[in-house]
Design a protein around this ligand. Sequence first.
Ligand code: KIV
Ligand code: ZN
Length: 388
Amino acid sequence: MSKDKVQIFDTTLRDGEQVPGCKLDTKQKLVIAERLDELGVDVIEAGFPISSPGDFNSVSEIAKLVQNATVCGLTRAVKKDIEVAAEALKYAKKPRIHTGIGTSDSHIKYKFNSNREAIIERAVDAVKYAKTFVEDIEFYAEDAGRTDNDFLARICEEVIKAGATVLNIPDTTGYCLPEEYGAKIKYLRDNVTGIHKAILSCHCHNDLGLATANSIAGVINGARQIECTINGVGERAGNTSLEEVVMILRQHPYLNLDTNINSKLLYDTSLMVSQKMGMPVQPNKAIVGSNAFAHSSGIHQDGVIKNRETYEIMDPEDVGVTESSIVLTARSGRAALAYRSKKIGYELTKVQLDVIYEDFLKYADRKKEIMDEDIHEIIEASSINIEK
Ligand code: KIV
Ligand code: ZN
């Protein structure tokens, strides 16, 4: 049975780029956009064109460059924003305008000093106006995570009537629990008239570390687009991590969902974005962190050496990592020492291994991680004669 496709909407260059300390220039953004297109993302959110002349230029150049993905520009529900976005996107093969407004009571009261009826009117006007420029209109209900479900359903229904093709349901503040977010998506699917005309999209922030879990709960409940960034970069605790949602869907085939992503490019893309943004990836980051396929405790190493599947739920090659690593520390066992010694040319007998292992432990207690050159040194300094 063929799997349902979940569209991957990459917002590394818009929401991701809002991370403090990161400033990409147009040239760097073009290189990243080209790679995202190669990676197989369905939509590239290239920027927020009204925000600055530089961002306008980046969106415009990305629109000219990208061959496969839809190129999207963000706007507020403001006419001028929409006109500027349409201008920036005019050379895109597949343009999308992403417009919207805050829908939670706190946004309506404190940001807009307004009321629900007036917000619906602004949303509908924005979608209708955007529709005069391009066919593909995504509407975002900012702070949907804290928006009352009945009101959210009403505004969704009205913007669909106005021509929205995608409904973005952002958990802007990263507040929702997965159950709650999944139920919200289900509520919209069950209660919005005309919902079949639009795709529901998850846009989850990571303030409580739940962005990935919430996005997955969203697609399990019927959303068919996930908005995410490479390495999960983004404001505050970041956005949903692209590599995580892609591999979760791939590693759980019974969900019957997949993406168009070429997962073998994930690791390299992560590295590229990290370097260009100047944002290091934490070593224990799922999928792409430097420790994601590194095994350092003796029990785990012994298992992995016997069969990778004992402690690995995916093949590192599937995400572009050449092989798992067996890291030698004072917690490592004989199996790991024998394995690494063999890799650098020493085939140790059981007796030799027993002797070398004692020396190794003393060395490893002094030095945190034992590298190949240390193994050479330990073997050469040992009391027994070992030949390569
Ligand atoms: O988090 C959010 O609500 C957003 C919208 C502007 C789409 O980034
Ligand atoms: Zn966001």
